[in-house]
Design a protein around this ligand. Structure first.
Ligand code: UT7
Length: 330
């Protein structure tokens, strides 16, 4: 353990992801939903999504992504686990506790974190806090979702959007100047807009899409600008913008508002849809594996979701081990 006055940063040292094997194309959706492939592609950017089977759980996806992140990080004992999810497998106990046990991490602190699609960024801030509080030297942050369970059957305004998946990162105690250190984290919420995305249970989601769209663009743009300033960067220094994959039109508008050129914006919504808290770590894993994200890139992460919640942070991308690769990305 470092002396008390030594600033402790959380440094990414492993990353992984998992997607259900079943792919549902827009064409397949059109067989039971009043919509068209053209509408979904042009209004959202989504061409297909991965959907988990009825026997699969958020825990299954979380364990798969986390196991890969752990296998890719240098062997070290993980001392805390944060699971960001909007779709825990039950109200009580937290899904994180059984995810930890499944991973052989019985005994460590483990908690679920509910912050909508911003959950992964809240999770990073929580990991920074665990390390600063000297509660842990290494933290596993997972975003895992079965968002496809939330829309009402036949609701064409939400069914095409929401999908399943998981992503995970391992963070270790380190120094703020190291590649992989999580920069200042900007977070916010505004419950006066709680009605904009709401559900009491699976299968009853209500969303005021157009209103959410406007907030998503404004909040992600503002949070990104604040995070870049807090890190002491200029916007033109940003090599990669990694926005929560809510809608390709939303993320393009955010990039335009921030004057980040299109080729610096990472996207995978076309193949995975909106996977909520899993969205950012899933995109990071995929982009690191296919070369769109390289060591040394200055990266901005930003997200927005139900609550409303929003956030952003910065990372100098580290040189990570990327084997073994997830089956889908090989
Ligand atoms: O992760 C964070 C949470 N969620 C989001 O960030 C979602 C943010 N919002 C959005 O992505 C977009 O608002 C949607 C994709 C949900 C909707 O796109 P839009 O361009 O805002 O459409 P709209 O809701 O204004 O609807 C336009 C029209 C309507 O028809 P009328 O009233 O103009 O005749 C809808 O009924 O599009 C119709 N529509 C559809 N048509 C065919 C809505 N969904 C569909 C559909 N297929 N799937």
């Amino acid at each position: 353990m470092p002396p008390h006055n030594e600033p402790a940063a959380a440094v990414i040292c492993g990353i992984g992801a998992a997607l259900p094997t079943r792919v549902v194309s827009n064409a397949e959706l059109c067989t039971h939903l009043d919509t068209t492939d053209e509408w979904i592609r042009s209004r959202t950017g989504i061409a297909q999504r991965h959907i988990a089977g009825h026997n699969s759980s958020t825990e299954d996806l979380a364990v798969q992504a986390a196991a890969q992140a752990l296998a890719r990080s240098a062997p070290r004992p993980v001392q805390a686990l944060v699971l960001a999810t909007t779709t825990p497998d039950r109200c009580c106990p937290a899904t994180a506790t059984t995810v930890a046990s499944q991973l052989g991490l019985t005994g460590i602190p483990a908690l679920d974190l509910a912050a909508g699609c911003t959950g992964f960024l809240y999770g990073l801030a929580t990991a920074v806090g665990f390390i600063a509080a000297r509660a842990a030297d290494s933290v596993l942050v997972i975003g895992a979702e079965r968002l496809s369970t939330l829309p009402a059957r036949g609701d064409r305004t939400t069914v095409p959007l929401f999908a399943d998946g998981a992503g995970a990162v391992v963070l270790r105690r380190g120094q703020a100047w190291e590649d992989g250190a999580v920069g200042p984290v900007v977070l916010g919420s505004d419950g006066t807009y709680a009605e904009l995305i709401r559900t009491a249970r699976p299968g009853a989601l209500q969303m005021q899409g157009a209103e959410v769209f406007r907030h998503a663009v404004d909040r992600m743009s503002a949070a990104s600008a604040q995070a870049v300033a807090a890190a002491g960067w200029r916007m033109e220094d940003v090599d990669r913008l990694v926005p929560h994959q809510a809608n390709a039109r939303i993320t393009s508008l955010v990039a335009r508002q921030l004057a980040v050129p299109d080729d610096r914006q990472l996207q995978n919504i076309d193949s995975v849809g909106n996977t909520g808290a899993a969205s950012i770590p899933l995109l990071l894993t995929q982009a690191a594996a296919d070369g769109r994200l390289k060591a040394g890139h200055r990266v901005v992460l930003t997200a927005f979701g139900a609550g409303l919640t929003w956030g952003a942070t910065t990372i100098n991308w580290p040189d990570l081990t990327l084997t073994p690769r997830p089956r889908e990305f090989q």
